[in-house]
Ligand binder design. Sequence first.
Ligand SMILES: Nc1ncnc2c1ncn2[C@@H]1O[C@H](COP(=O)(O)OP(=O)(O)OP(=O)(O)O)[C@@H](O)[C@H]1O
Length: 600
Amino acid sequence: MLLSEVVQTPMYTVDLSVLQNESERVIERMQELSVIEIPVLNEGYWAGVFRMLPQCSSSCNDKGIWIPDAPCLCDQTEISDIHIPVGYHVIGVVNQQNQFVGVVHAADLQNMIHQMYREALERSRQLDAIIDHAYDGIFIADALGYVTRVNPSFCRLAGVPEESFVGVHLTELVRNGTFKEPSITWKALQERREVIGVQRYPTGQEHLVSAVPIINETGKVQGVVSTIRDMTELSKLREELSMVQYQSQRFQSELSTLRKRVLTDEIIAISPQMRKVMELAGRVANFDSTVLILGESGVGKEVVASFIHKSSARSEGPFIKINCGALPEELLESELFGYESGAFTGAKKTGKIGLFEAAEGGVIFLDEIGEMSPALQVKVLRVLQEQEFTRVGGIDPIQVNCRIIAATHRNLQERIQMGLFREDLYYRLYVVPIHIPPLRERREDIPALIQYFLNKYNQKYGTQKIIHPVVIQILQNSPWPGNVRQLSNLIERMVVTIPDSLITQNHLPHDFLDLQNQSAIPSANTLKQIQNEMHKADDFTNCANSRGSLNAFDEMERDLIIQSLLRYGSIRKVGQALGVSHTTVIKKMKKYGIERIRKV
Ligand SMILES: Nc1ncnc2c1ncn2[C@@H]1O[C@H](COP(=O)(O)OP(=O)(O)OP(=O)(O)O)[C@@H](O)[C@H]1O
């Protein structure tokens, strides 16, 4: 604070000539005002102080003393810089042109300085507390480059005690090896500007330093205050942040993939069980691990396998599906691994690449792996372990980069017990198992599946069928041994066979209702047998790439032939029962691949 801010107009001033000629009158006036010192001016300039003597009385002749060299201060003086002159009550104040502007009383000045001192002390205590408790390191150097203060955080970060810094010159800290060059604080001092940089230590530690020079109002650098933060912690935080960002991006993309798939109605997953399956499938999609999908026939194993492929980094690569249970061993081997020219009679001259090679960069889906022969299992195991195989009739190993997803409706552990499945292959496949529960255990999915298939087949056949809620209720309570595939087939069949727009309870096919009541089926074993046969037929036709052309009528016809064959045992009897010639039965069996099944 400047003196000009506290200067007062005196109650009384006297001109030097008046004092010299009329001192009696001056004394009287001073007595009236009860002041013992007054400023004496000479034509407006400070001339000194006239002081009334203590023993002064009306009888006394020598009543006062003029002190020409009494103290006088410039009004631009900082109050905190003033040394109060002893023995004076009144101190004159002049401006920079030396003209008198007023007075300050010594006692007021003293109080003011005390007050300022107390405030400064309090501020200094607060500042000490801030500096000492700051999380960041603080390092202060004076204008000459000597360290004046460091806080405990700085000593902790540097691993060096306070004594090693305070009083030491910044250049010395570099010379004695405490800092590695350059000293950021020294740079800020020399360049008179804020410098942010990394201060390195011989220990390998690195601190991020922000050094700010303190420049006063006259433009003079008074020192440098540097704040220090440990880079190792920063790097850790940065790593954590990028990890969190990465995870959040991954979750976002997983979520959007899942949403896309589920919301585009390609996969219905309403039940908690099916949602769990899809979540797991989405998660494993990002890793190249082997996946084994387990579940009854028709639950959606292929759907999930294809979802994993589409959601993975291999989505641009091929998705090759092969049903291992639908082909005889030799055929399956040459399909999977390919063959060299002349490998066997009937082989192409040029040889043929196998599905493993065709799946390069993508995914191979080995459906019904439980049906694969032990000899082929060895070859698949080699692919899993060494990512290589040899073609049939070949000797050179071929490297392959494809992800394997396998599926089965079998209990593989039981098959291991029976000696039909290799335990080592089982454990190689069982890296990430995904169990898809049968439809009867996740009935919440049924209404949505019905709607999905209804839309799908309405679109396919250009119809606008709707289903009565009672039918939905009946279907929701059905056992669905054939799972989602059976439901899909039933909806397709009803869409194409029922002439009315509204599908009611009365439209439900008899065989479906029979299956419901289990009355049409002589025993549970026979039912299973029929289903197995139907399933095999599916596999065969699928393999022969004809499944796509099967419509609901075809399915019905095929089922009828299979059931009749099981019931009557011979083609002739089937022909008689169905009222067609036995050659028609043979033709139909050929069409649906039933002939092959009987041979298997
Ligand atoms: N959650 C689902 N949402 C929509 N359609 C589904 C769903 N699950 C299965 N499907 C449909 O049901 C049919 C059978 O599914 P999929 O072929 O994937 O079963 P699977 O378990 O692989 O059968 P299999 O063991 O006989 O090979 C397919 O038409 C498929 O599109």
